[in-house]
Ligand binder design. Structure first.
Ligand SMILES: [Fe+2]
Length: 261
């Protein structure tokens, strides 16, 4: 056991084995909080990250996940997809390694492009985009955001970190873009139910490693700015690898990307 919770205080085991106390009250908001947007903005400004509990109904997510799992086939995995292109069909990609990627990873993505209305999580992603756009004061025209003379589009994707070692190394999301949009994620799985060990973490401004898994529940939103280091420690690395089924850690990740037409 890596952490003990008492009210909003989490005693968390650091990566070097030390325990420390973490007061989560300033990072955790609830969807029905009064003035949610201003509390969220404050936390992003002060801490670089924030969690909103209960952003999407848990039962809706569970039923969508079982539908995706039923239709899932390993045969649909592709390994290379090229640059982001407007209006392209959704794809399922298996990523192993550090080729053509900024960050080494072992994960699978199923894109959920907003121009494809049959995307599995279409409605939930619309809610996520609406909240993000209201926070950043953005408004797309035909799926395109023009910011400081540059064009971007949404890249919403379903992300799976498989049991048997799924991971993403520690990194920041800054790719040198002038406009620095935070990443917004929706948590779709629960440690202790869908997988047992490891998962997503942030590194706070005091260089403390914050394990998010004991805090996050299915349906919670979590967001971080482009300066907050984060990663996913290998999911159930001691178990047998399974890339044949949809298992392990799941999330929706929403980012803004440059694209070609
Ligand atoms: Fe990232």
């Amino acid at each position: 056991m890596n952490q003990i919770q008492f009210n909003n205080y989490f005693a968390i085991k650091n990566i070097n084995g030390d325990f420390y106390l973490f007061d989560m009250s300033e990072y955790i908001l609830k969807k029905d909080d009064n003035d949610l947007m201003s509390s969220f903005s404050q936390s992003m400004k002060d801490n670089g990250f924030c969690i909103i509990q209960g952003f999407v109904d848990k039962t809706v997510i569970k039923s969508k996940l079982s539908k995706i799992a039923q239709n899932f086939s390993r045969k649909n995995d592709v390994r290379r997809t090229g640059v982001t292109k407007l209006m392209r069909p959704n794809f399922q990609r298996l990523d192993i390694g550090d080729y053509a990627q900024i960050n080494a990873r072992f994960s699978r993505m199923i894109t959920q492009f907003t121009w494809n209305k049959d995307s599995d999580f279409y409605d939930e992603i619309q809610d996520l985009i609406k909240f993000r756009n209201s926070f950043l004061k953005l408004e797309p025209q035909n799926f395109v955001y023009t910011i400081n003379g540059k064009e971007y589009c949404d890249l919403p994707k379903f992300l799976q970190y498989p049991i048997g070692g799924g991971f993403m190394n520690r990194h920041i999301d800054d790719r040198g873009e002038e406009f620095k949009a935070p990443n917004f994620l929706l948590n779709l799985s629960k440690q202790g139910e869908d997988f047992d060990s490891n998962g997503v973490y942030y590194v706070d401004k005091n260089q403390k490693l914050l394990d998010l898994e004991p805090i996050l529940d299915v349906g919670d939103l979590y967001a971080h700015d482009t300066e907050t280091p984060h990663g996913v420690q290998s999911i159930d690395a001691d178990k047998e690898l399974d890339i044949e089924t949809l298992c392990g850690r799941f999330s929706i990740n929403l980012s803004l990307e440059p694209f070609i037409r």
